[in-house]
Design a protein around this ligand. Sequence first.
Ligand SMILES: Cc1ncc(COP(=O)(O)O)c(C=O)c1O
Length: 353
Amino acid sequence: MPVISVPYAFNEEELYVDLRPIFGHSLFLKCEGFNFAGSIKLKAATAMVESAERDGDLRPDSVLVESSSGNLGVALSMIAASKGYRFLCVTDSRCNLATRLMMEALGSQVHVVADEESKGGFLGARLAYIRSLCASDDRCVWLSQYTNPSNWKAHYRTTAPAIARSFPQLDLLFVGAGTAGTLMGCARYFRNWHRPVQIIAVDSVGSVAFGGNPGRRMIPGLGMSVRPPLLDESYVDEVVRVAEADTIRTCRRLARSGFVFGGSTGTVVSGATDWLARHDTRGLTAVALAPDLGERYLDTVYQDNWVQDLYGEDVLRSEFPSATDIDAIGLMPPLRSSEPQSQPRERRRRHDA
Ligand SMILES: Cc1ncc(COP(=O)(O)O)c(C=O)c1O
């Protein structure tokens, strides 16, 4: 029975979903969302704060500042609250409302940059704001997840060995890349393992992390508008790019099987299943990483209007009917709380009881 006194002391490291029944490919999905920060970013946040403490960079009056599309911000908010530091998260308009409210609930300040920089996009605007803040106030300590080696080392020490323990016969590992901390920590670990593991990076279309043309990206977490400084491509065997429309289809398909994951999990699973469909992988063991769960994406990825406006109606049409479709074909009478009389007699009786 785990009993904890600080919120960052707990992380479920040994939970996998077997995706074969849903997608027909042998793929084990490592769930990283079961901790008090709700995401894999707990590991990078803990490692970066602890190394800043070891280096003597944090004083009682220090203000942690960091650029985050959300999950690292929540993890740092939680750690800062627990350790008594102040934290300012610099984010942009793609940060989910639930994520922002979570950071504020934990006592952090959130600054949302107004505009994209002409060349550096939202990230450029976030970093420019942080630089000006650090130049004007020496209490600010910028952890800089994009360049901080503690980011990838966290996964070298925790995520990768945990996968190795659970899958001693691992052949293929699919990892999404944002800062590339998770990717590089796992790739470096498995480079020196007892057997070769193919490392397949998953990126979103519109990201320039591995080259390619920049484009609109609305789902936070994966993808970068610049090359990730932590990335060393010599550790990556292949890169798979996923369009956000496919990310959404995959998230919704998972949800219709009872697994509500975050947006980047849809990207990773879509990229991985697509790759597995193109290769003969009989007898091979494949694992993919699911960075977080889906509650923070209910008003985006799982919201029909948001999806329809950004990606078109096609994305909503799938082999799995949505609740509205079921209403339309009459399997489920629509509930109208203002018209109780319109409910069928059977239903009314059940409510009365
Ligand atoms: C939901 C989600 N997925 C994926 C990633 C990418 O992880 P990394 O920064 O280690 O590449 C992040 C990073 O913030 C994330 O929040």
